[in-house]
Design a protein around this ligand. Sequence first.
Ligand code: SAM
Length: 266
Amino acid sequence: MSKEKIRDYYNKNAEYEWKRLIQDNYHRLEFDTTMHFIKRYIKTEKLILDAGGGPGRYTIELAKLGHELVLFDLTPKLLDIAKQRIINEKLENNISEIMQGSFTDLSIYENNHFDAVICLGAALNHVLSKKERKKAISELIRVTKSQGLLFVSVISKLAVLIDPFLRQNQDMNLFKKALESGDYKGGAFAPSHFYTVDEFKEEFSCKKIDLLQLVGLEGLASLKNHRVNKWNKEIYNDWWKIHLKTCTHPAVAETSSHFLGIFKKK
Ligand SMILES: C[S@@+](CC[C@H](N)C(=O)[O-])C[C@H]1O[C@@H](n2cnc3c(N)ncnc32)[C@H](O)[C@@H]1O
């Protein structure tokens, strides 16, 4: 049932989802920071699974860098957008597969198949039951090669709780229940489970992987959308230098709107 709700939400908001990460400075912080860290860790051309990759913003960016991508997502309309964008960008040769499904079951792929796996921008938040999330995490790890890398970003529980209060234009009770459980049953946004860092670490604790780094993607600028979106390029670039020096501080990662975990499989 929750998978249907999530698919419906993204089918309805498909065009927004394609533009989401580049629509303004604030969302660019999420995208630019994620790309910065992927590029820091992946230096040569690789086979990468984009699990929950939606309309393919990261798939396309990574394909442009010469990587080979498999795009895997739950929502047909997002995958249709991705197909068209990939053709427009003439990147078909770098995309070996576009597949619809749930990453809680990646059995179509063998163990140790991908050099790297990315699961970004809240895709994992949308798996509501802890048991299913554990299944998804174990699948993401299983299909990653030994010595391969896994990048997972999620919405932080501590950052999200204040969001409706800051906006004041939506239901102020929106995330109140999420304070206790982290669970949000859906409304303005698709059903989600919001993470604390401790819980994220606990769900990813596994003998097969090491956590290399935790990164706050919006960092100290989290929830300062209105100000950040007024910055010109020069101010953004100035802030970027400070952002990179602060975004891996544990307190910054925990309270960032999204945080990214970078793991290496043993
Ligand atoms: C906020 S979008 C992020 C898309 C992309 N990763 C990005 O960062 O731009 C969340 C995505 O997760 C996908 N998703 C949610 N649950 C999923 C599941 N169980 N299996 C595969 N994809 C899922 C949705 O269809 C949607 O494309």
